[in-house]
Design a protein around this ligand. Structure first.
Ligand code: MG
Length: 253
């Protein structure tokens, strides 16, 4: 069942989304050569709690043998998603994907960006630009009357027409009282296919793009997803509200 949110629920998701957006905004200042991913995690947790939010990734999924041990995901270079923050020191020329999830008053917000660390190569810059454009192409399709496949196809078309590939193993998702609700929102698909979008649906749309082949694998830490060929990857995500007409981006300041 796809749950359509009431105005009161949407307001709580706006609050959660605002905290997520604020953390990501601050990351643009905090990410720099010499900073550790663990330091970014510590600062994110402090800000989330100051704002009255609860970090949603820490300990996820409940009851798992290997719950996620941190507040944010930090994925560097060939790491696509779910990287674990720690002692790693960011270097000039790295790119870092940061994923932030917050619960506010029982409702979730989820978003992410890939940021340059200092000066990056033109190739890396282009990957970031295309991946962000793929996310916004997907978001533009998130309107009542369209289907999930319209979002997926827009992401895929934007990435692949630039010579990149999209990941198959991970998807965007419905979001609300739980971090992962129906429907799944893949990065590939056919226009006009999949579940019908209705006003009041809330979706975490994620563009996950690889510079090389689409194959990924998970490291021994049980979480970090990397490209098999070691090439760069990028990821941008927003939580959006589907409406008649333009969607509202809930994780934007
Ligand atoms: Mg997500």
């Amino acid at each position: 069942m796809i749950h359509l949110k009431t105005p009161a629920e949407i307001e709580k998701m706006r609050q959660a989304g605002r905290i997520v957006a604020e953390v990501l905004q601050r990351m643009r200042e905090w990410v720099a050569p010499g900073v550790t991913t663990g330091e970014l995690n510590r600062r994110a947790e402090e800000l989330i709690r100051q704002r009255g939010g609860i970090p949603s990734f820490k300990g996820y999924p409940p009851g798992s043998r290997h719950p996620f041990p941190a507040v944010i995901c930090t994925s560097v270079n060939e790491e696509l998603v779910h990287g674990i923050p720690g002692p790693r020191v960011l270097k000039e020329g790295d790119i870092i994907s940061i994923d932030v999830g917050v619960i506010y008053d029982g409702y979730h917000g989820d978003a992410g960006i890939t940021l340059p660390v200092g000066e990056i190569s033109p190739e890396a810059r282009r990957l970031l630009e295309v991946t962000e454009a793929a996310l916004y192409a997907g978001i533009a399709q998130a309107r009542a009357g369209n289907r999930v496949g319209d979002i997926s196809a827009a992401i895929q078309r934007t990435a692949e027409s630039a010579g990149y590939s999209v990941v198959r193993e991970y998807t965007g998702h419905g979001i609300g009282r739980r971090m992962h609700e129906e429907p799944q929102v893949p990065n590939w698909g056919e226009p006009g296919q999949g579940p019908l979008l209705r006003a009041g649906m809330t979706l975490a749309i994620e563009a996950m793009v690889l510079q090389g082949a689409p194959q990924v694998r998970t490291l021994e830490d049980h979480w970090t997803v990397v490209s098999v060929d070691g090439k760069l990857t990028a990821y941008f995500e927003h939580t959006v509200l589907v409406r008649d007409g333009e969607p509202e981006i809930l994780t934007q300041l």
